[in-house]
Write a protein that binds this ligand. Sequence first.
Ligand code: C2O
Ligand code: CU
Length: 493
Amino acid sequence: MIPSRVGRREALLGSLGALATAALASCTADPGAPATSRLIGPDSAEVRGAERLRRPVGQRVVTERITAKPTTVDLGSRTVETWVYGESVPGPVLRTTAGDLLRVELTNQLPAATSLHWHGLALSNDMDGVPGMTQDPIRSGEVFSYEFTTPDPGTYFFHPHSGVQLDRGLYGALVVDDPAEPGGYDQEWIVVLDDWIDGTGQTPDEVLAGLVSMSGTGHGGMMGESMHSPVLGGAGDVDYPHYLINGRTPEAPATLSGRPGQRARIRIINAGSDTAFRVALGGHRLTVSHSDGFPVERVTTDALLIGMGERYDVTVDLADGVFPLVAAAEGKTGAALAVVRTGAGATPRGGVAVPELSRRVLLGTDLTADGDVRLEGRSVERRLDVVLGGDMMPYRWTINGARFPDTEPLEVAPGERIRLRLQNRSMMFHPMHLHGHTFGLVEGGARKDTVIVRPRQSVEVDLEADNPGQWALHCHNVYHAEAGMMAVLSYRR
Ligand code: C2O
Ligand code: CU
């Protein structure tokens, strides 16, 4: 039987709470406890020790305040009631320099408990923002202070890790600057992609309830039989009414301004919940320099396929005129649009043809690590299988045959070299995301924290178990994660 939405949520939080309690309990050395397999919890000496090592002497502190609250936002062609950070979608851009301490006081004015997750950062486990795994939920009306070192430069973002709140307007960019930034560009643009449904007739919670209940009956206006991509197979479960760049619909797009001949660095973040985007800039090619914050060997492409949770930094040499920056919803109908303007000309309209979209398209798995960030060669000490399964009917998504919180923890010991074998046995793609680490793809070596695993394919990734704690590993399709596709990378002593 499929549990009701509320029942499911309670069950989930309930056993997450049990896990956290177990984690905390195991921190206090109990002479009677077995010597093996004791959890290294978020509140452990190991976690505090790892954070201490990240903090340089004379560490600079960046302090921010964010309020999560319901509000009305203007998406360009319409206004919607939604939940946001601050006043706008996306929320404020946060910025630090690598090595800084980031202190963010989050005030929860939402009518629900929430949390704040710092996607992609190798941060202190107790600040990772996963309720029931690394902290208690932040209840309505409460304030929680996040405080952690931002160790590695790059393009990151933040969002709640509570239910399907990510599919509201709750997300924002976090840029960690490189103190040794070689520069070489004149403009920097942050481009946040999103699929939008909240406030248009259904909330994300209702969408999830619909997916779960429709799967029992076989009827489904928004089910994904027709959402198919030649590259990704099953491309999504939700047919969104809008696709946004920087919170704007194509009817009233954001403008990115520069001058002809300038070089622009574009930091692209897919904050969508159920949509991979194929991104291209009309009249230009994109040179990819970073993926998920880390440098890659530069490669030039016509288009980029970006899964949910992935980030890419690209540079472009700007031509003279007005150009559409298009993010087409892969396997779906619709696209997001922004306008790149360096000269005179009419503003392109939504639906404008961009031939680059159907030329060479690059995926993260095509990338090669920049030599400086490649994981050192070392023999793998522990191999872990991560088998991804599931289906639309019933709507359940699994890791190694089970749904979170019933998934078996993936146990690791501090200091080990781990190989994860992500194997997709389902007919849909899954952008798999690991918290607290940036793994290296076995093929090509690119350092990433989120990687698309296509249907019936496998991706192997290596990582250093150098950040103790309890870390979520899940599909960044927020509906898949909520329907079970999540596990814990669990450090044990
Ligand atoms: Cu973007 Cu579990 O996170
Ligand atoms: Cu998935």
